[in-house]
Design a binder for this molecule. Structure first.
Ligand SMILES: Nc1ncnc2c1ncn2[C@@H]1O[C@H](COP(=O)(O)OP(=O)(O)OP(=O)(O)O)[C@@H](O)[C@H]1O
Ligand SMILES: Nc1ncnc2c1ncn2[C@@H]1O[C@H](COP(=O)(O)OP(=O)(O)OP(=O)(O)O)[C@@H](O)[C@H]1O
Ligand SMILES: [Mg+2]
Ligand SMILES: [Mg+2]
Lengths: 226, 226
């Protein structure tokens, strides 16, 4: 369902060209559970942003569910993103003026989901992610790991078919990280395609397929023995 | 050199009182290397902010190098902070419009250090932290782990006597995290007082003294067997 062919991403900084992604060929089937690891600066967030239609390649083709999405306009990309993809950003990107609950609710509100359904779903996620007592707090009134959990809850609230998570446990202690992982893995078991960027091998090794990025290239692509 | 006595920190959110720190008594000698671990939301960042004079307690006394700093004005706290403390924030707080090099240089510039000395010191830190080739990039043109390293470099650039680091390896792969830790531990070996908040037990266990926070209280304070 996700096919990248010959993907290149080059950032221009003054007269310097940064090859963040080089010759990426990647095929990911619906429902796969994949981790992406590699050194700091190796291109993991860039790859995830590409797949999440938050960025465009300089060369190559990206097919999502069979259609070429590389050439879509910004608005078309935004619509595909809203309909299919839940994204957990490495640095969350929460709305500063909204409470934790309102941040989680926002995608539902934008999609026109009725108020009673929104309340039910947000209330459940507040409980699932251990945010009870923090619903009314704004992001600046939350700890780092609480903000991270709000970001993850928001990414799941529309029940997307693809979840892209950039370092989802980076600000969490081991126990809380395990709780978050069982929620995400529960969704993957239910058929969601889950792509997880992580620096924690204990987290990355749980995936059924593991990619390793170095200097913008995929240098390893292993399937765990079942 | 750091003495907290009866420290309380209560955040008010609407009609809810959040007891982020409860009855904190803590004595840290000059040159100690201490880690602070505990669940997400347990008060680690709040404690570090308190020690770093970025926040004030609601009750209790904080003595730094023998003098009561609890009652200092904002300006006086800022001056003590600038002179004595290097702070690595959980979410970096880099200046968006400045390059990596200019972000690292900023404390030196504010302190009136001459240009040639600033250049020498910043150039060395760029190399030490593996940021070669990224000096001119602004924060939004850096990876998460690169931003984190800029934040750490900035915290060390004035050679402060106390370094407070909030999750300094949270966005780093294992190898890069080890490099950063040897820089910080090198400073600690040279006499800097190093307080490190971390979710990674492999990192936290390296300290010679380990605190554990739960729900705003210190529940463990262990010295490693030498
Ligand atoms: N907007 C940009 N402009 C210029 N260079 C960029 C930009 N974004 C990223 N880069 C560079 O591209 C490379 C890959 O960045 P990316 O954020 O994908 O790395 P990463 O693997 O996610 O790293 P980390 O583990 O530190 O988060 C880095 O060297 C970075 O400096
Ligand atoms: N400005 C604030 N207003 C209200 N509550 C706050 C504020 N800042 C923090 N809190 C609350 O105080 C508690 C402690 O927060 P703190 O950021 O110190 O936790 P932490 O141990 O650093 O967590 P993490 O490991 O997730 O970073 C949390 O429950 C948080 O919701
Ligand atoms: Mg990244
Ligand atoms: Mg914190």
């Amino acid at each position: 369902m996700i096919r990248l062919e010959g993907i290149q991403r080059i950032f221009q900084v003054g007269d310097q060209a940064v090859h963040a992604l080089r010759d990426i060929d990647l095929s990911i089937g619906a429902g796969e559970y994949l981790s992406i690891m590699g050194p700091s600066g190796s291109g993991k967030s860039t790859l995830l942003n590409m797949i999440g239609l938050l960025d465009r390649p300089n060369a190559g083709i990206y097919r999502l569910d069979g259609s070429d999405v590389t050439g879509l306009s910004d608005q078309e990309q935004a619509r595909v993103r809203r309909d299919k993809i839940g994204f957990v950003f490495q640095f969350f990107h929460l709305i500063p003026r909204l409470s934790a609950a309102a941040n989680i609710e926002l995608p539902l509100l934008l999609a026109g989901v009725p108020a009673d359904q929104r309340k039910t779903r947000v209330d459940q996620l507040i409980v699932d992610f251990g945010l009870t007592g923090r619903e009314t707090h704004r992001p600046d009134q939350l700890s780092g790991g609480q903000r991270q959990r709000v970001a993850i809850a928001r990414a799941t609230v529309m029940k997307p078919s693809v979840i892209l998570a950039d370092e989802p446990t980076g600000n969490l202690d081991r126990a809380t990280g395990q709780e978050v992982m069982s929620i995400l893995e529960g969704l993957a078991a239910g058929g969601v395609t889950l792509l997880l960027v992580t620096h924690d091998p204990e987290i990355g090794n749980r995936a059924s397929r593991k990619l390793r990025l170095v200097d913008g290239r995929i240098v390893a692509d292993e399937r765990a023995s079942s």
